[in-house]
Design a protein around this ligand. Structure first.
Ligand code: AOF
Ligand code: ZN
Length: 367
């Protein structure tokens, strides 16, 4: 048999579906999906385990057992060829007697980068590449961004009222969107490595930034506060829970004496303080800590800083039905004034809210 078929797309779609399951749980490793198919039937399947190991292929092979002999493996990322913390998946595939491997994307990791495919072919295994590549790029966008650009993939999420406000001055959290949108955001949080808010929002809203959908609580991401002078309130929920959920405050590299004192207080409470003078520096620091995806949740100033730096890859805009009026805090943009360089990919209705998903145009990629 040679060349990918419609059947291949079906099984790769299944592997991509599996890969989505552990997004946000496997960093620094990508979440990879693998299905093993014999006589048009799935006989083994797996996704990269939480924490990143074992890899998908070895688990799927174990699932398939003897049935792997002569079968086809569908993997969303090129199988690894390196001895990392686990032996190479390529060796396991060869040893299993697999006849063919269908790969969605090559692995840009310099330890792999095409070697996995070469080794499989050298062992006499048929390999097909690039099946459902566009969808694969989407599922693995965070991993690919960190590998290629050495920074995390950045999603900006904004909830805006019908009159373009993100909150009310002097007030804590204002409900702008309905229950369906809010549940969506919880899933988004669960699938991301880290969430960021500005210190203004942190102190005004006192958010927890955890995942509160029953069953997904354990998937709460790392929390980050952009806080140049370390004004984060020590009694905030974020600081009080810092020992349970890893939390960073991002400060200027040069601080005056009072800020240094606040730094010690925050550190004693379990908050890690990162120094970064620009958004780009921050992203590089986060990538070096293995963070591949970052969700920026506001407020207006933090959103603006990321947009001004040209470091937003995707915008998720939720527009609620109510108006806030004169005492509102204006959003950096609304549906009518989305920044240049972004294209609408999808619009949906969630209850009374409108959801718009924008992606940065390729070619506008910066830093
Ligand atoms: C696979 N299957 O399911 C995943 C892969 O630190 P290690 O040894 O776990 O290696 C991490 C690298 O392995 C990672 O950068 C990426 O190249 C690959 N991830 N490979 O064959 C998998 N998650
Ligand atoms: Zn592997």
């Amino acid at each position: 048999m040679s060349g990918p078929t419609r059947e291949d797309e079906r099984f790769m779609a299944a592997a991509l579906r599996l890969a989505r399951r552990n997004l946000g749980l496997t960093s620094t490793n990508p979440s990879v999906g693998c299905v093993i198919v014999k006589d048009d039937t799935i006989v083994g399947r797996a996704v990269t385990a939480p924490g990143g190991r074992p890899h998908a292929e070895t688990q799927a092979l174990a699932d398939a057992g003897e049935q792997a002999r002569g079968a086809t493996a569908y993997v969303t990322l090129e199988p690894c060829s390196h001895h990392g913390r686990t032996p190479p998946c390529v060796d396991a595939l060869i040893a299993s007697g697999i006849a063919r491997v269908v790969v969605c994307l090559l692995d840009p990791d310099e330890r792999v980068a095409g070697r996995g495919v070469v080794m499989l072919r050298d062992a006499g295994i048929d390999v097909d590449l690039g099946v459902l590549r566009d969808e694969g790029e989407r599922v693995l966008e965070a991993y690919l961004m960190r590998q290629r650009m050495k920074r995390p993939h950045v999603t900006l999420k904004l909830a805006v009222s019908a009159d373009g406000m993100i909150g009310r001055k002097g007030e804590g959290q204002v409900r702008i969107t309905g229950a369906v949108s809010r549940a969506q955001v919880q899933v988004l949080r669960a699938e991301t490595d880290a969430i960021l808010v500005g210190v203004g929002t942190a102190n005004a809203d006192d958010p927890e930034l955890t995942v509160r959908l029953p069953g997904l609580e354990a998937r709460s991401p790392i929390r980050i506060v952009l806080d140049r002078r370390l004004d984060l309130a020590v009694e905030s929920k974020l600081v009080r829970s810092a020992r349970a959920v890893l939390s960073f405050a991002v400060a200027d590299s040069v601080l005056d004496a009072p800020a240094m004192t606040r730094r010690s207080t925050l550190e004693e409470a379990g908050v890690e303080v990162l120094n970064a003078d620009t958004i780009y520096d921050l992203l590089i620091a986060l990538a070096s800590r293995g963070i591949s995806s970052l969700l920026v949740e506001g407020g207006a100033r933090a959103a603006r800083q990321f947009l001004d730096a040209g470091l937003v890859d995707r915008i998720l805009l939720y527009t609620g039905p109510a108006t806030i009026g004169e005492d509102g805090i204006r959003s950096p943009f609304d549906r009518m004034t989305v920044p240049a360089g972004f294209s609408l990919k999808r619009t949906a209705r969630y209850g009374n809210d409108i959801f718009d998903d924008y992606e940065r145009d390729s070619g506008c990629s910066q830093a």
